[in-house]
Design a binder for this molecule. Structure first.
Ligand SMILES: [Zn+2]
Ligand SMILES: [Zn+2]
Length: 250
């Protein structure tokens, strides 16, 4: 099936209307004033002072994994071996206050933070010459999705796609078929084993298309690799990944 038809077969992502949609925004602002998730100051979700502390990843970065390197090219870890993700890039370094904002977004139920965090992705993407055929969020297992109430990567991908005009696929076409432990609790080798074969593409053949995976944080890149493996198996020609933040430790 040609890619255009394959994409057309995948309906646009339906977005649930906010439960508070009928309440006037001004009243909501009065009752629940926005509070910066970085410093707690009332006014904005991610205040200008905290945003000013968001650091881009120092250049040059490894052409594949996106970690800072001394010389242009690939880092030692990416020189040998086969990888499913051609390149991983991040809008910023995973450090406070951004790290705290991401934590509140994911673990403290502050779904509204997808706005400013998605803006960081869009800001990174604007002006890039790369083109992609579709954008896919790293999925959560249905059980984790039910616990959290939202897939943070899907919300981020939606903002990115809306802001820069990229085609975003409904999250159900790439599935996390196996429950996995939280990657942040594991070491690099365990992380790889944890997500191995955990993802499954359930959409039409991808016919050589270029896909962009979206997630909140890249650490070892194991989750992105496992997702990319599923996309390549479904016929994708190339898979890139973009995250809000890149953890530089380890
Ligand atoms: Zn702040
Ligand atoms: Zn590398």
């Amino acid at each position: 099936m040609p890619l255009s038809r394959a994409l057309a077969a995948l309906a646009p992502v339906p977005r649930a209307a906010s439960a508070a949609a009928s309440i006037p925004t001004q009243l909501l602002d009065l009752l629940f004033p926005a509070r910066c998730a970085g410093c707690g100051q009332i006014g904005e979700l991610f205040c200008p002072a905290c945003l000013a502390q968001v650091q881009p990843v120092p250049q040059p970065v490894c052409l594949r994994c996106g970690r800072p390197v001394a010389n242009v090219g690939r880092c030692e870890g990416c020189t040998a071996g086969q990888f499913h993700v051609s390149a991983i890039r991040a809008a910023a370094v995973y450090a406070d206050p951004l790290a705290q904002v991401i934590h509140r977004f994911k673990y403290e139920g502050r779904a509204e933070l997808h706005g400013p965090l998605g803006e960081l992705l869009a800001g990174y993407w604007r002006g890039r010459v790369v083109t992609v055929d579709l954008v896919i969020a790293v999925p959560l297992h249905p059980k984790r999705l039910a616990e959290r109430g939202f897939n943070q990567a899907d919300l981020l991908a939606t903002v990115l796609c809306r802001q820069v005009g990229l085609p975003c696929l409904q999250p159900s076409v790439l599935c996390r078929t196996r429950e996995t432990q939280q990657q942040m609790l594991l070491g690099p080798v365990e992380r790889r084993a944890n997500v191995q074969d955990a993802f499954n593409w359930q959409g039409p053949p991808l016919d050589g298309c270029k896909a962009l995976l979206i997630d909140d944080v890249a650490t070892t890149g194991s989750t992105l690799e496992a997702c990319a493996q599923a996309l390549l198996a479904a016929g994708a020609g190339k898979v890139w990944a973009l995250t809000v933040a890149r953890a530089l430790g380890g």
